[in-house]
Design a protein. Sequence first.
Length: 420
Amino acid sequence: MSQTAYRGAQDNRLKYLLSYVSDHSPYYQRVFREHGVDIEAVFKIADLSALPFTTKDDLAAANDDFLCVPKSRIADYVTTSGTLSDPVAFYLTDSDIERLATNEAESFKCAGGSERDIYQLMTTIDRRFMAGLAYWMGARKMGAGMIRVGPGAPYLQWESIRRFSPTVIIAIPSFIPRLIDYALANGIDFQSSSIQSIICIGEPIRNPDFTFNELGKRITSQWNVKLFSTYASTEMGAAFTECSEGKGGHLNPDLLILEVVDEDGKAVEEGELGEVVVTTLGVEGMPLLRYKTGDLCHVYYSPCACGRTSPRLGPVVGRKQQMIKFKGTTIFPPAIFDVLDMVSEIELYQVVVSKNEFGNDEITVLLAMHLHTPAFREMLHSLFKSRLRVTPVFEFITAEELSSRIFRQEKRKPEKLIYI
Ligand SMILES: [Zn+2]
């Protein structure tokens, strides 16, 4: 589809969305009233800026007011991950679940998937997590198979790979080095396994120039697999997935309207960094208008070599609220992860961001006790100095304690980053 063709289709969907939320969403009814929004005047994407943004705080404060259907129509109850705040509830109707399945099937196809593939799922599918469910349904919709192993458990992962010959792994990429280490330690010939590619979720594997970051390099230098990056969130109910070109995640124009904006809310140009703002299309339960994700990405509008003309997003450079001002330098947590991922001796780490008595940010990196030698400290110190110009505080705790801090029972994902 050409750019003009999909924009035309999006204009019609936007028109429908605006009349739908003004009929059914208590939140948007109130906002339209308060801001004097005339939805008849906003029928084209070019007119979107006449609508106010929706923020994370709006969503948290008026959570259930976003719901457009009676609660009896809710088929699935999910919550956001809530890295920086309390999780927000998301309500999905039957048709929203179908939309998720469509999104994920298209996403798998974008990453080269087909009905011949077998996916091994290394994330949770329950715990009120939207994505796990979406992967399973997407594979089913595409006609592929899935092995739901869940997170962790390297032994079970390799046993499943040997037994069922999956072709694609879906995982948080920082788990893959642990999987490789387990194979190496246990004489598993992972190089000749059936795995051809990995769908990487939740963490970037590339630098903004699309070269692999340290985590991406660490995986691909050890294992001959193709990595596909994805960027998604509960609020979007959709994913930006890389094609085989690896030049950013593609927008699915049937499911989202994308804006990438600067500090003043103005659209940024080709290749520039801005905050990702989405308007969800085809959502029945909790549609969102101009939702500010807080995620900062570079945006590309030029057509991709794969033939798709939809905009692409580069890796998430950071979250707006996660910006750390440290010793006069501005740092986003992924930059700290990237340095730590360079060091092969480091298997697990947790980055702790806190405020000191003067209200300034402090960064402490927790590492396993067995690494605690003067030489190792010195090496880390100079590595951070050369890469980020500043050095965090390093603290060494037992491997058991570190592991229990990162893999907490009540959390769905490992906690590499915490704020105290
Ligand atoms: Zn492409």
